[in-house]
Design a protein around this ligand. Structure first.
Ligand code: ADP
Ligand code: MG
Length: 375
């Protein structure tokens, strides 16, 4: 793109991906989650370009870019452009402080792998524009407008976790977030002598967006049935197992299983928070395996590749627990592995995975890292 010839960035923003220790699909059910940012991130470089309305965006990873006229922001037929356009659209509803700018982005964060490159993209841009133009947005504004951008421009009816984790995380901590009240606390985690190892299945089954929205609808269907009998229930977060059992005969088996998973998963987040505070690592691991069982059998958002890796880890004494993380249908599994066995585990998992699926596994360790920042 032409602007790259005289690109002299005034601002560099680091916008991280995230993992979620536990609490899958609970965010849009207004329950609890336990995410943290990781050290893999998207780097944004920004400059004002002196124009009133012309903006240029270039993705180094895609080696492509596009021009935007701020007077005519609209959805694009190119998927990744919608994350950018959606954020600009949301910002324009709050302030008219954005004028012409140029931006490049460069990433070492795998896409579509459950590490939320989408939230990193939205929040990083919003954070960067807020700094560049002194827009006066709070971190919470950035989180919320980024979530709305994903709803309106991309079409994924995501909860608030990904954006919240990308922006609000602190080094060495996971966030216990109540997605209803947005109350949150930072819980220090020291897994020593264990490490968090991500195994990337390298598959991203195309169902992710459509099935995500279907799961959301199934949960809403469940809530409506429970609410008939228990008017105080506004989301699955408010429902108990007894309430669900009391209306079981009124719902399909599928809706029952979805609700059952969410109710248990919410409980598991709180149990996990307790286990972390006591540094009870065996309990941490057991909760991960339990969660994966629910993800696979009740919520049905796993896939053969993720199930294979989680099962494989069970034969490995140095692994305390594992589960698929993220929206589902592939992406990464999170494994808690003794540090002395990490290399061996990765090597054996890679060999087994290659011979079963003929796919080269990608593996890396992650540490709880800081949220979006100016470099
Ligand atoms: P996840 O959030 O789990 O990574 P999503 O499907 O929600 O998966 O978001 C991935 C999408 O985000 C990509 O398909 C692309 O449209 C956009 N994206 C992520 N990183 C980049 C990047 N570096 N450059 C351009 N687009 C990106
Ligand atoms: Mg995403």
């Amino acid at each position: 793109m032409k602007f790259l010839e005289k690109f002299d960035p005034q601002l560099i923003i680091e916008s991280p991906g995230r993992i979620n220790l536990i609490g899958e699909h609970t965010d849009y059910n207004l329950g609890y989650v336990l995410p943290t940012a990781i050290e893999k991130k998207i780097i944004f470089r920004l400059q004002k370009n002196g124009s009133e309305t012309e903006c240029n965006i270039y993705s180094t990873d895609f080696d492509t870019g596009f021009k935007i006229d701020l007077r005519t922001i609209a959805r694009s037929s190119v998927e990744w452009e919608n994350y950018i356009l959606g954020v600009l659209n949301e910002i324009s509803k709050r302030t008219d402080g954005v004028i012409g700018f140029d931006c490049t982005l460069e990433s070492n964060l795998p896409q579509g792998s459950g590490l939320s490159s989408s939230a990193a993209l939205e929040c990083g841009l919003a954070f960067g524009l807020n700094e560049l133009f002194d827009l006066g947005l709070t971190k919470m504004d950035i989180v919320q407008l980024s979530q709305t951008a994903e709803h309106t421009y991309v079409g994924t009816q995501c909860g608030i976790m990904d954006q919240f984790a990308s922006v609000m995380s602190q080094t060495g901590h996971v966030i216990l977030l109540d997605c209803k009240s947005l109350e949150h606390s930072q819980i220090p985690i020291a897994f020593e002598p264990y490490q968090m190892v991500m195994l990337n299945t390298k598959v991203s089954h195309n169902l992710a967006t459509s099935e995500y929205n279907v799961r959301k609808q199934e949960c809403e269907e469940g809530v409506a049935i429970i609410k008939n009998k228990y008017p105080e229930v506004d989301s699955l977060r408010d429902a108990t197992r007894d309430m669900l059992e009391a209306v079981k005969h009124e719902m399909s088996d599928v809706v029952f299983d979805r609700c059952s998973f969410i109710i248990s998963e919410n409980e598991r987040v709180l149990l996990m928070a307790e286990a972390l505070k006591k540094n009870d690592l065996n309990r941490v691991g057991a909760l991960l395996y339990e969660a994966h069982e629910g993800i696979s059998k009740l919520y049905e958002v796993s896939c053969p590749e993720s199930d294979f890796l989680v099962d494989f880890s069970k034969d490995f004494p140095a692994v305390l627990g594992a589960r698929q993380t993220g929206g589902g249908f592939g992406g990464c599994t999170l494994n808690i592995v003794h540090k002395d066995a990490v290399d061996d585990f990765i090597q054996q998992a890679s060999t087994a995975y290659k011979s079963r699926f003929n796919i080269a596994l990608e593996a890396f360790t992650v540490r709880p890292s800081a949220g979006t920042m100016v470099r």
